[in-house]
Design a binder for this molecule. Structure first.
Ligand SMILES: Nc1ncnc2c1ncn2[C@@H]1O[C@H](COP(=O)(O)OP(=O)(O)OP(=O)(O)O)[C@@H](O)[C@H]1O
Ligand SMILES: [Mg+2]
Length: 296
C-alpha cells in the first residue's frame, strides 16, 4: 500500500511548521489510530525530538538532512530517496521541511497534501501566499492532475483575531483550503518534548488542536477514498472529483455519488501566467518601489 504523504512547509522561518507537524503526527497516531511515519528534513530536529522524547506510540521517525544544497538535480534525488526510505510500512507520512530555493519545486509534487502555516501578520501572510502561488504557477497542471490538496493554516492566532479573509488569492484556487486556526498556546514550552496539544490538560488547547487535526483528517480520508477508487478502476476526472460526482464501476456502480472533497467551484483560470505579478499585494509593491527609489 502506498502511504498518503503530507508535507508541512514554508520558506518563512518560525511560522509553526515543527510544532504543527509533530502535533499533527501525534493527532493521527493517537486520536485516529493511523500508522504514521515522520520525516524530519530540518537540521534542528525540533519536531522529531518532540516526537521521540514525548511518549512513543509507534510513530516511525526518520531524519533526512539534505546534503546537496547547491545542486537542484541531486538534492531532488536525495530528498525523494529519503522520503521513500522512511515510508515503507506506514499508512501516512508527515514531513517537516523548511523550504529553500535549492530544492526544485517538483519535490512538492511527491506529496498528496501541502500544509503551509503562517501567522496573521501581513508580511508573513503575503510571503506565505507568494510561496504558494509561485509553486502553483509552476506546477498547477500536474498538481491538479494528481488531485493534490493545499491547506493554508493560520498559526499562533490569538482567540480574538479574526482569520476570515486570510489568504484571499490562494483560496480561490481548486483544491486549496484554509484550515481552522491553530491558536496561540501561552505555555507551549510545557508541552515541548513532553506531551502533545491534542491531549493537553487544558481543554481549550486540546479542543482547538483536535479541530484543526480533524479538518486535516477529513482531507486525508478524501485522498484515501480517491486512491482506493483509482485502484478499483474508477474513472475520475478532476472536475467530477471536485464536484463529488465520481463514477464507480462494477459492484458499487449503483451507489450514490461519493462526496469526495467539499466542493470548491472553479472561480477562474487565473493561474499559469504571471500569477505573482498579478497578485502580489499592493503594500509589497509599494514597499518595492520605495526601496527602488531609495536606491536610485
Ligand atoms: N500555537 C503556538 N502557540 C504558541 N507558540 C507557538 C505556537 N506554534 C509555534 N510556537 C512557537 O513559535 C516558535 C516557532 O515555532 P516552530 O519551531 O514550530 O516554527 P518553525 O516554522 O518550525 O520554525 P523554523 O523555521 O525555525 O523551523 C517556537 O518558539 C514555538 O514554541
Ligand atoms: Mg522547524
Amino acid at each position: 500500500m502506498t502511504p498518503i504523504k503530507i508535507l508541512i512547509t514554508n520558506q518563512k522561518g518560525g511560522v509553526g511548521k515543527s510544532t504543527i507537524s509533530a502535533n499533527l503526527a501525534a493527532f493521527f497516531a493517537l486520536k485516529q489510530g493511523i500508522k504514521t511515519a515522520f520525516v524530519d528534513f530540518d537540521k534542528q530536529s525540533s519536531s522529531s525530538n518532540w516526537l521521540k522524547k514525548a511518549s512513543n506510540f509507534g510513530i516511525e521517525i526518520c531524519q533526512a538532512h539534505l546534503q546537496n544544497q547547491n545542486n537542484s538535480g541531486l538534492v531532488l534525488l536525495e530528498a525523494k530517496a529519503a522520503l521513500r526510505g522512511c515510508t515503507k510500512a506506514a499508512e501516512l507520512v508527515i514531513a517537516d521541511l523548511t523550504w529553500t530555493h535549492s530544492l526544485p519545486s517538483e519535490f512538492m509534487l511527491e506529496f498528496d497534501m501541502i500544509i503551509i502555516p503562517s501567522s496573521i501578520s501581513r508580511v508573513e501572510m503575503a510571503s506565505s501566499e507568494i510561496f504558494a502561488l509561485e509553486y502553483l504557477q509552476r506546477n498547477l497542471a500536474v498538481a491538479r492532475k494528481k488531485q493534490q490538496i493545499m491547506v493554508m493554516v493560520p498559526s499562533r492566532i490569538e482567540p480574538s483575531q479574526d482569520t476570515l479573509g486570510m489568504f484571499p488569492f490562494v483560496s480561490g484556487n481548486d483544491n486549496c483550503f484554509i484550515s481552522p486556526p491553530v491558536l496561540k498556546v501561552s505555555d507551549i514550552d510545557q508541552y515541548y518534548c513532553g506531551s502533545f496539544l491534542c491531549q493537553a490538560e487544558d481543554e481549550g488547547v486540546a479542543k482547538n488542536f483536535c479541530e484543526f487535526g480533524s479538518f486535516i483528517y477529513e482531507k486525508y480520508c478524501s485522498i484515501a477514498r480517491l486512491s482506493k477508487l483509482i485502484q478499483s478502476g474508477a474513472s475520475i476526472s478532476s472536475r467530477s472529483y471536485m464536484q463529488g460526482q465520481v463514477m464507480v464501476p462494477g459492484a458499487i456502480k449503483n451507489s450514490a455519488p461519493i462526496s469526495a472533497l467539499p466542493s470548491t467551484p472553479l472561480k477562474n483560470e487565473r493561474f499559469g501566467r504571471k500569477v505573482v505579478d498579478l497578485f502580489i499585494p499592493q503594500f509589497l509593491r509599494a514597499k518595492n518601489s520605495v526601496e527602488k527609489n531609495e536606491g536610485s
